[in-house]
Design a protein around this ligand. Sequence first.
Ligand SMILES: C[C@H](O)CC(=O)SCCNC(=O)CCNC(=O)[C@H](O)C(C)(C)COP(=O)(O)OP(=O)(O)OC[C@H]1O[C@@H](n2cnc3c(N)ncnc32)[C@H](O)[C@@H]1OP(=O)(O)O
Length: 716
Amino acid sequence: MALPKVDFEVGADGVAVITMCNPPVNALAIPIIMGLKNRFDEAARRNDVKAIVLTGKGGRFSGGFDISVMQKVHRTGDSSHLPDVSVELVVNSIEDSKKPVVAAVAGLALGGGLELAMGCHARIAAPRAQLGLPELTLGIIPGFGGTQRLPRLIGLSKAVEMMLTSKPITSEEGRKLGLIDAIVSSEELLKASRLWALEIGERCKPWVRSLHRTDKIGSLSEAREVLRTARQQVKKTVPHLPQQLACVDVIEHGIVHGGYSGVLKEAEVFKQLVVSDTAKGLINVFFSQRAISKVPGVTDIGLKPRNVKKAAVIGGGLMGSGIATALILGNIHVILKEINPEFLLKGIKTIEANVNGLVRRGKLTKQKADAALSLLRGVLDYSEFKDVDLVIEAVIENISLKQTIFSDLEKICPPHCILASNTSTIDLDVVGKTTSSQNRIAGAHFFSPAHIMPLLEIIRTDKTSAQVILDLITVGKIIKKTPVVVGNCTGFAVNKTFFPYSQGAHLLVNLGVDVFRIDTLIRNFGFPIGPFQLQDLAGYGVAVATSKVFADAFSDRIFKSPLLDLLIKSGRNGNSVSMRFFFFNNSYFLCTGNILCEYNQLFLTLAISALPGKNNGKGYYIYEKAGKPKPDPSILPIIEESRRLCNIMPNGKPISVTDQEIVEMILFPVVNEACRVLEDGVVIRASDLDIASVLGMSFPNYRFDFLYSLFKIDNN
Ligand SMILES: C[C@H](O)CC(=O)SCCNC(=O)CCNC(=O)[C@H](O)C(C)(C)COP(=O)(O)OP(=O)(O)OC[C@H]1O[C@@H](n2cnc3c(N)ncnc32)[C@H](O)[C@@H]1OP(=O)(O)O
């Protein structure tokens, strides 16, 4: 691999083009930062240079500061690895340069990349480039002046929004907001940027030092109002994330004390946050997420993914219709098979509702929705299975039914076709037992709602071929999932790791700890809801069924609580049918960094649709149409009865435990089980389980500090 370098070329027009070369995203590694400093100094010195253009090689400006440098700081504990870019490079060499500097931006300018561009005197962009400051998703704040320059270029409200949500904008939006001075085609980008730089020098175009601007900030009282609202929003939605409030504080500092003072403050806070536990956790998640699709023996042996053009989904229930929705949204033709016209119609209607729901929420255009739906065909037999490349079976968890289906599929589908099951519990060797196609049988375990939840567990048996796994990983990425390859066992990676989660909670309750205290503490830890509210939303029938599966498989480590049976006997069975499928896969919504709010929204929508009704609406909580669920006091005698039957309270008295101990008693067994999952080789590496837990179980991605401090783990 080529070493990172910065190219320098002076044209006959007197423009020096400085090019960052560090594929694939021109990350600002230390040699790039040092190279930039040297090249800007050289351009300043040379008499034949009249103006400067800064650009990135390979059609991408820069993906920002090299995140692995921060990982090195975490590993070594030595913050001196962090270079002084903000003042030395961006202010002194770029913004205060005596020669005009123009950024020629193509592809993407993110984080430190955009911050370099904002230090330039103008920015010319190619169409559809991505511009953003996503640092908060890494537990840090922008550290090369972004908190100061972005508000000065595009106005405070929009800048605060872009930083707090970490969402990028396109160059077209950037042009409207004033971040980008002109958009030209990719082919014209360098030529137009050179000309622009020369024109600045000739005073035909404005020479703007963005840090000196104040015109877009508004008055101090207006600014304070914007920041007050932002703080309120942060406290409401992401109270656990220190970088959010720190970012608002640093912006305010610059507004009150001036941009340069803001830059200094920003650098100071940036360095503090880099070594925070939150940043350690989130930066680990960044690299883990990228490692996940590198599967030894699959992605490194020169295989090429085959094209999956047509897929079949068997079963049009909630899972099947969700999977079919995800496939058609990924532009894959789908035939949906059901056993009778009534079920088929219901499945198709669910898929239509899924797709139309995305349109309603502004996630999909009507045109794209129509195009996706045109790829769907409902069938009642196997006659159209002759040319399918992939089948995903999503029928009920019944072994003999699945065995019959796979035997039929083996006879009907072409020999290259992948035969996958969405089972969440049944051993795939058992599913494929009656076939001789075990090399093409795998698990494709989606998390409900399958068209929204990002995790896809791909289950590989001892016999599944590497090609089949590679193809499933590829399909997973096409349909915008994060595929994680796991081994074949009860519960696979996520459900196996988390089965002790609700058991710990039940043990505590039977030892005398209050149900609602437990839920609150787990929420405060960072999970979206506590274990008892989760059980309500799932419906107790599901909890009982899954407990039985795990009790059979792991009888040496099961706590049997009488509470659920008592609740059912007393006429309660949880709150919701509509939420039940959520729990069935142990997942309810994603709670990661910048997408937190979006998924909170999803959760609220589903929770509201889960009002008392079909499942009987009685649980630990009272659910009303509006507002938060309220603890139901009438549950207390049933809990007392459970404690009496269980009889594990020492001397018949409730135990006394601290908040910390409660959280630990629920999560430590999960960590133990995670160790077993690792030891048994169910996942290839620990970081795969981190990601699967975040995406599948909503483990708060910024709380891996909990695990690191627990085991004194080096997170690398
Ligand atoms: C001081 C400053 O304010 C602080 C900062 O700038 S912090 C950095 C801010 N920038 C970011 O957060 C952007 C992070 N990167 C991304 O979001 C995405 O990689 C991207 C949108 C740039 C490209 O996405 P995509 O094309 O799908 O490629 P993706 O697989 O993610 O990345 C390609 C490779 O580049 C690496 N990479 C991407 N951005 C990187 C970065 N900023 N630092 C180090 N490596 C980076 C990835 O780890 C991956 O490496 P691998 O091939 O060895 O696994």
